[in-house]
Design a binder for this molecule. Sequence first.
Ligand SMILES: Cc1ncc(COP(=O)(O)O)c(C=O)c1O
Length: 444
Amino acid sequence: MINIKDENIIRDEILEKVKELYKIREQKKSFIPGKTKVNYAGRVYDENEMVAVVDSVLDFWLTLGVKGREFCDSFSRYLGVKYCLVTNSGSSANLIAVSVLCSKTIKNPMKPCDEVITTAMAFPTTLNPIIQNGLIPVFVDIEEDTYNIDAGKIEAAITDKTRAIVFAHTLGNPAEMDKIMDIAKRHNLYVVEDTCDALDSSYDGKLCGTFGNFSTNSFYAAHHITMGEGGAICTNYNELYKAALSIRDWGRACFCQTGEVSGKGACGHRFDYKFDGLPEGYDHKYVYNNIGYNLKPLDIQCAMGIEQLKKLPEFTKIRKNNFKKLYECFKKYEDVFILPRSLPKADPSWFAIPITIRETAGFSKKDFVTYLESKLIETRMLFAGNILKQPGYKDIKYRISGDLKYTDGVLERTFFLGVYPGITKEKLEYMIKSIDSFFENNIK
Ligand SMILES: Cc1ncc(COP(=O)(O)O)c(C=O)c1O
């Protein structure tokens, strides 16, 4: 006869084994300077994330459900916003944000060929939704050392076609939010804050991601907290939230949460609506009022996100400390490097430390990053540099306001190094020693 164990006992046994596995892996971790790679970013987790994910897999609900709702509740509470929707990536969150602002279901939607002010120094998917929605990006330059949209140049770019400002807080460095929001208010413009690299950064005591009509987050493995892949879109506006839910979920009109649609639906009127052209009482679940996508994550990802969010305060502390130590190191060589600057009201939780090689340095970005990579210290470009120079963007319609002097400077001379919590004290010391020896040994 088969001995049928209680399901909870089996589950507990599996989860205990997961904890054991985590501990074994941890014990095997070691860092040998010059032999072990220093990653610029990565997942930082412990047994709690592994247990949460496996537990969710064992539930085998799989699609978005109870963990998704729990994550959204925790995340909106943390950020202090009314609505949060999880997505399968930060790129998807950006796509939803701009698509909602073009949706006929909102009061004052943008129309094709309307203009959106943004920067050409960009991660591609901050810009792409503008192009994908048939809008015209209008590029203004960034500041040389904050790497953010130059708020002082926005007003000169505004025409009667301008409808929105879409930008990222570059590498976690808060943009000049008081100025941006003031301009947006005076000119009646939508604001989308791409906060994918700026979770837990704040400006004037207010968290980034709480200023605009929408903010977006990424929970890709490199980001401040992770679900592996994943993202979120947040807003304080009910109308925008409903449209975002629709566009995320195939464009449907029904605003039940996934898995909630049964019987009469959450609204109690699932079969009571009448839409022009559709039969009386056509199931609201199959009424489509937007041309949407399916951009939902799995519940399993959200189970991980719940645990990661608990670690955010500690992560932020380490990011700030790692940034400070690397900043102090680069400061010794200010004659050859432009150091990053944050505004007086900004409190960044840095995604990374951006460094620009001065034109007069006597060595190139390529020289310096290939040196660091030879020391197994990972380096990254500040995304696309000037995205207009990227092959895929040669034929897009756009307008430039002023010039893109500092945007081009990023393309030519800027790179970044990681500050993520996986960079331990010994890795940090190795990084600093390697940077110093570039100069001590006159490698330049
Ligand atoms: C500023 C910015 N926006 C958007 C994204 C896209 O996020 P995801 O990789 O989750 O699609 C990234 C990715 O790193 C990013 O840095």
